[in-house]
Ligand binder design. Structure first.
Ligand SMILES: NC(=O)c1ccc[n+]([C@@H]2O[C@H](COP(=O)([O-])OP(=O)(O)OC[C@H]3O[C@@H](n4cnc5c(N)ncnc54)[C@H](O)[C@@H]3O)[C@@H](O)[C@H]2O)c1
Length: 349
């Protein structure tokens, strides 16, 4: 292995992956059209921050282009040994108001990347940034109990949701559907054309260099809003729980798959049952760090899962991998990063 293409390489996860693989001696090519702010329909003066940051790295080549254009994707895939496909329309909310764009970026974009690999003889391994949203509303059928600061799964799911969990017979949101489309194509192209593929159904990824917004990237958004004194709204009762995975731990899982994973695998990927956080607990952690905030409240958002925790035991066993950064430590690190880079957030208030 020596060259990796990272689509969405100017984004949060893609830029972490690009720097990680470059530090391990890979030649890295990123393909990104810098459309995050546009897709989220929000002012984002930092839309090219990670793009510029990667520009200083000699091992990283940057291509500005759209994954919906197959000729651009074909050229970008050419000569690569692996592709991490992170480019996407990432917000559930945007997908419900503009499902056509969501479909074209997520479904067609993913198809183009896989088809480019197929056309070059299936040489490159494919890593797909899938999502827990592929399980849709089925997750809300899992029995839960309500505790003081959080909900939690009970019964058979105390380790979290496994990869065998049902995806059928429920609502998903357009985002869930378009990402599931890519997920299924990745699996199908593995079987049909022998493309090595790792599908990572990710829960909540958190880390530095994430420009969280109300619609996407909630941990970063809460921290940024609290530190800037920007208006913050908790939708629902704030007891929603997610397992949270540090971005640096995630990219180690990608690397582990390439190094020692099977030919093909689907993995639920998050902090697992040990590394979880509710909205209320995040507010509590911020309070402990001296950044207490009184958020407004709003109604539940469509398809918001009360609890989502990934069962990561398959990834741990097959990849010899485990998350390391705890939610508390991660929150501390992001808080420090936002403080050190206050000028990036001066437009918020
Ligand atoms: N962050 C999470 O917690 C999380 C959870 C589950 C799944 N995911 C998935 O992980 C991937 C990366 O997410 P992220 O948080 O880094 O998002 P991000 O928005 O920070 O990065 C996505 C990048 O894709 C680029 N992009 C969008 N449309 C494009 C197009 N048509 N052509 C080329 N580039 C395009 C954007 O400009 C952006 O830089 C996405 O596929 C997302 O669905 C993320």
């Amino acid at each position: 292995m020596s060259k990796i293409l990272i689509t969405g390489g100017a984004g949060f996860i893609g830029s972490h992956a690009a720097l990680h693989f470059a530090s391990k001696g890979w030649d890295v090519r990123i393909l990104d059209n810098l459309s995050r702010g546009q897709l989220l329909k929000k002012e984002d003066p930092n839309f090219d921050y990670n793009w510029n940051r990667l520009g200083d790295e000699s091992r990283i080549e940057r291509i500005r282009g759209d994954v919906r254009e197959s000729s651009i994707v074909d050229d970008a895939v050419d000569g690569c040994d692996a592709v991490l496909h992170a480019a996407a329309q990432t917000a559930v909310t945007t997908s419900t108001v503009d499902p056509a764009t969501d479909f074209s970026v997520n479904a067609l974009g993913t198809f183009n990347v896989l088809d480019a690999i197929r056309k070059t003889g299936g040489k490159a391994a494919f890593l797909y940034c899938s999502t827990n949203k592929v399980y849709g509303e089925n997750v809300n059928q899992v029995p839960i109990e309500e505790l003081e600061s959080r909900y939690q799964f009970t019964g058979d799911f105390t380790h979290g949701i496994p990869e065998t969990f049902g995806v059928d017979l429920c609502e998903h949101t357009p985002y869930g559907c378009s990402k599931l489309t890519g997920d299924l194509y990745a699996q199908d192209f593995a079987h049909l054309y022998g493309i090595r593929s790792g599908v990572f159904r990710m829960s909540c990824i958190f880390g530095t260099h994430q420009f969280g917004m109300e619609d996407q990237g909630w941990v970063a958004w809460f921290i940024i809003a609290a530190l800037r004194g920007a208006p913050l709204t908790v939708f629902g009762d704030g007891k929603q729980v997610r397992d949270v995975l540090w971005a640096g731990d995630l990219v180690r899982a990608y690397e582990a798959f390439l190094e020692r994973g099977p030919k093909h695998g689907v993995y639920n990927m998050g902090g697992g049952s040990e590394f979880t956080l509710s909205l209320r607990e995040l507010l509590g952690a911020l309070d402990e760090l001296g950044h207490g905030v009184e958020p407004a409240t709003g109604p539940w958002r469509p398809s918001d899962q009360k609890v989502y925790i990934s069962d990561i035991r398959k990834a741990q066993k097959e990849l010899g991998w485990s998350p390391e950064v705890t939610p508390k430590e991660g929150v501390r690190r992001i808080t420090a990063w936002v403080k050190e880079n206050a000028s990036l957030f001066s437009h918020l208030r």
